[in-house]
Design a protein around this ligand. Sequence first.
Ligand code: COA
Length: 325
Amino acid sequence: MSAEKLQDITLKNGSNAEIWLIRAPDLTWQPRLRAFLNNPPVADGPALHEFLLANELPGFTVCYFTMLSGSGEIMGCIFTTDGGTAGYINSTFVTREYRQLGIGRHLMDSLEHDLESRGGRVRFFTTRTGSPAVDMFTKVGYHEVWERGGRTGMEKFYGDSTWESYFGVPYDDLSIRHVAWGDWNAHRAMSWSRNDGAWHPLDGNFVGLLRDRVENRDIQWKGLFSSDGRMVGSVVVRRKDAWVENQESVAVVDVYVHPTHSSRLNDLLDDALPASGRFQTFQNAASKDLIDAFSARGFAQETSLRDDYNHHNPQAPDIRVYTRE
Ligand SMILES: CC(C)(COP(=O)(O)OP(=O)(O)OC[C@H]1O[C@@H](n2cnc3c(N)ncnc32)[C@H](O)[C@@H]1OP(=O)(O)O)[C@@H](O)C(=O)NCCC(=O)NCCS
């Protein structure tokens, strides 16, 4: 638990302010930060900040870079979640009346310095397409990676890192272990490289999934890791699916392995997939390797979501449901 004043600032209107860094967990700051950031992404749930600020989450660095006015009012806050050298910016918010005074930019400068001083290699961010945040992030070195469904994904690599040098370097010492708190960002970022129509069952609710995993609540979430701690693949098996009536009887499997490491796909599936039980997986018809791997484990096509839910739209990706009874 720590709150640290980083810097005195003079804003563009001449008023004085202070940048503070609050590292989670911090129960003293929890009520104020939660009230200020009262609109987290729906997928992460309304109690996100309450949870993060109350719990020690090993391997996970959660920071609230906060601008305070001279009278101690919170004027703006940017909230980051970093796991090792992979960072993520979860939300940026400056109170409307204090915008365009330099608050966002000052907070960005502080958090960029913070990650770089911890050896950061890469950081990711998503925002509403067309948001002023896109301009602000571009100015501090982020670039747009994708745009879909009204959202824009941005990333920044530090030093000589690139996407491929982070996720696609060939390793001969990959190992499989449970996904932990510090892997949250790497997992989200890795998922970005999927070109399968941007639909997959792991979108959102990472906090809930990780919590279930860590507390051993009926979920298998394994990752493929290099010896220097980079996640390059993952598989999750969980008992939750809105598509079927009897939710207790079926588990959903989702898997992704960076193409450089596709030879380890079968190891990962063998490790995480229980020998018996009823399973479903949702795969793009174009993902031949994955469909072959599931077919070899007894999965058969049950239906196509394009036919069932997208009104036979030929432009929609052909996501198919494969089932093992
Ligand atoms: C995005 C946001 C955090 C920017 O905060 P801010 O304190 O107003 O930003 P700053 O005054 O420090 O401006 C930072 C840079 O972005 C640019 N910028 C800020 N607002 C802008 C706007 N509305 N249009 C275009 N550029 C803008 C500025 O030109 C500035 O560049 P400079 O440093 O070269 O002068 C703020 O507008 C906000 O909270 N918006 C609503 C929430 C949101 O959209 N968050 C992002 C999604 S998570």
